[in-house]
Design a protein around this ligand. Sequence first.
Ligand SMILES: O=C1O[C@H](COP(=O)(O)O)[C@@H](O)[C@H](O)[C@H]1O
Length: 240
Amino acid sequence: MHKFIEVLPDKTSLISRALSLTVEKIKSAIERRGQCTLALSGGSTPKPLYEALAEQSLPWEKIHIFWGDERYVAVDHPDSNQLMARQAWLDKISIPAANIHPMPTGAQNPAQDAQTHEMELTQFFKVKPGDFPAFDVILLGMGDDAHTASLFPQTDALKVNDRLITVGNKDGQPRLTFTLPLINQAHCVIFLVAGESKRPALAQVFAEVASETIYPSRSIQPQGELFWLFDQAAGAELKV
Ligand SMILES: O=C1O[C@H](COP(=O)(O)O)[C@@H](O)[C@H](O)[C@H]1O
């Protein structure tokens, strides 16, 4: 793993750096393999990045969009990660509908939807059951509790290592999420972390010793590159 840490002066610079890095990684995947597989994060931090990506001129037909996690709500629900990305970005560009691969949430059975999406990924990447595909780029955020994707502290999802997709648990509410081994198979993972409220969790994520069960973002160790991008408010006190 190659790890890079950057503390940007403010949120605007953070988004601008995330934009240039994401575009660079998308282009290099397309140059190498003819397409890019990109997994999105949800929450509030990446919205301006998605708005900026909507203004880019990229070969959208060569880009396949996935989500690293999804709240278990209907696609038109305000909490939907898919809805946020569609409104900020995907509905504004000419991308083939077949290139958008949302996590399904309609079966009223999270385990069944997780299994359906697992099959979609297995077929898309043409991997054998039990093998983990390598995404070109996975965007991640980190919550104040150090969760990432929907891998929350002290939950069963953290222990799943034989599947691509599992059911996360946010205070008793189900979510769908990439598993740790799927994230860690990626060529490039980019964390975007903004705001002072993230400082206590970050101190533990970057501490020499701390629990990965309590601070799940510590477990993100991809085989390729790992970028941690912070704004000053989040990263000011980091000792790295
Ligand atoms: O619930 C979620 O939270 C994290 C962090 O979100 P943020 O609002 O602090 O940026 C996010 O990465 C994840 O995808 C989302 O579902």
